[in-house]
Design a protein around this ligand. Structure first.
Ligand code: GLV
Ligand code: MN
Ligand code: MN
Length: 400
């Protein structure tokens, strides 16, 4: 008898959890995330699903043999640094529980039904969001990806090799997939405001990550006159304020959430500040305007400070509109709201690859995400499982 949702959820609770914050550190291809990957394969084995893997660690477990018209559901097991329990794992555990629910209902799929886990969805280690699904769909090539570096300078190729993975490109994993459905915890309060436990996504805002490298001159914090400095921290600080202001004025989002200071010495003027901008907007044009305005202001300030600035886009994701017909078909008869999101997902990558895709969101009572405080009630999680089982039965069952 496979484990029930609650048991699976409590199996995962301690893996990669920080004793001090209660948040999760499940970076891809490192020990906690590998433990989760092994756990997933065990759960698939216990359900008699046949497991296919690619050379970067993406996994699909099949109920039935893979083939044309297959229906895939799943999510990711990696987390941001100090992330929540639900972002990713909720979709994977719900997919396994939905398979159990369908079997309990006596359902047999007429099309192959797969449960998937994509690696490095957050881009927390190698900087490129949805790296696993981009590689699996060919949206990024292995030649481009192999030399990406993590914070310690380890290349993707070496990181994979340390995890026993060869990393060579392989597009066969998703062959035949005709529909993808990702269940995810909501990362906002839309469903709370609508008093709905479950919703369907309409689309994803375009978004990107941009590395800002501010360079100045290291000097003594005491003896260097204020007017003689070329301090990149000042250019960065003004840029962070400008980004916030521009995003507020435009009704969009801009965040500097990561910073590296060289040499990071209390009594030195720094020589370099590297900061990462995460920017999101309601349209591609609005994103371009926002990112352009921030970069312009940063450059102007840089000339005044006597510093220099280089901006490099590290991860850019276009606007996604999920199949409106599919969203309406799933949501309409069930009265589920259809809502947009400003968070990125593997579902966006599969959709951009031409696979009709839908997302189900499960209510998040506070809306907080990418934080140890991210949560969802057990009742809502179970409502999500039942909703996912209904959707899979409709998509993988006999054609009406
Ligand atoms: C992923 O969760 C993202 O939106 O950054
Ligand atoms: Mn996330
Ligand atoms: Mn996610």
């Amino acid at each position: 008898m496979p484990d029930a949702f609650e048991t699976m959820w409590s199996d995962l609770a301690p893996v990669g959890r920080s004793a001090s914050s209660g948040g999760y550190f499940r970076q891809p291809w490192l020990s906690a995330e590998r433990e989760l990957a092994a756990w997933f394969e065990e759960q698939c084995g216990a359900r008699g699903l046949s497991v296919s893997r690619d050379a970067v660690g993406n996994v699909v477990a099949w109920w039935g043999s893979p083939g044309p018209g297959a229906v895939l559901t799943g999510s990711h097991l990696d987390s941001v640094l100090d992330g929540g329990a639900y972002d990713g794992p909720l979709g994977v555990v719900s997919a396994l529980a939905a398979v159990d629910a369908l079997r309990e209902r006596g359902f047999t799929p007429s099309r192959p039904l797969g449960v998937s886990v994509f690696v490095e969805e957050e881009g927390s280690r190698f900087g490129l969001a949805c790296l696993g699904s981009r590689l699996a769909t060919g949206a990024v090539s292995w030649d481009t990806a192999r030399s990406l570096k993590d914070r310690s300078g380890v290349s993707l190729e070496d990181g994979l090799s340390s995890a026993g993975l060869s990393g060579s490109p392989d597009l066969a994993l998703l062959e035949g997939v005709g529909t993808f459905v990702e269940l995810h915890v909501e990362q906002g309060r839309d469903l709370v405001d609508r008093s709905a436990a479950v919703g369907v996504a309409s689309g994803i805002w375009p978004h990107g990550r941009y590395r800002y490298e501010f360079t100045g001159s290291a000097d003594h914090a005491g003896t260097t006159r204020m007017e003689d400095r070329a301090d990149p921290m000042l250019t960065y600080a003004m840029t962070a304020l400008a980004a916030n202001k521009q995003a507020r004025l435009a009704g969009e989002r801009a965040t500097f959430g990561r910073l590296e200071v060289t040499p990071n010495s209390t009594n030195s003027v720094p020589s370099r500040v590297t900061a990462w901008l995460d920017a999101r907007a309601s349209s591609a044009r609005a994103l371009e305007d926002l990112v352009g305005a921030i970069e312009r202001q940063a450059s102007e300030r840089s000339s005044r400070d006597g510093t220099s600035l280089v901006v490099t886009p590290e991860s850019v994701s276009g606007s996604v509109e999920f199949s409106p017909g599919l969203a309406a078909r799933l949501a309409g008869p069930r009265g589920w709201p259809v809502i947009p999101t400003a968070a990125g997902h593997d579902a966006g990558i599969l959709s951009a690859a031409g696979i009709p895709t839908a997302m189900l969101f499960v209510r998040n009572p506070t809306g907080v995400s990418h934080s140890p405080l991210e949560t969802a009630s057990m009742d809502d999680c179970l409502a999500g499982v039942s909703a996912l089982a209904d959707v899979l039965a409709e998509l993988a069952g006999d054609p009406a």
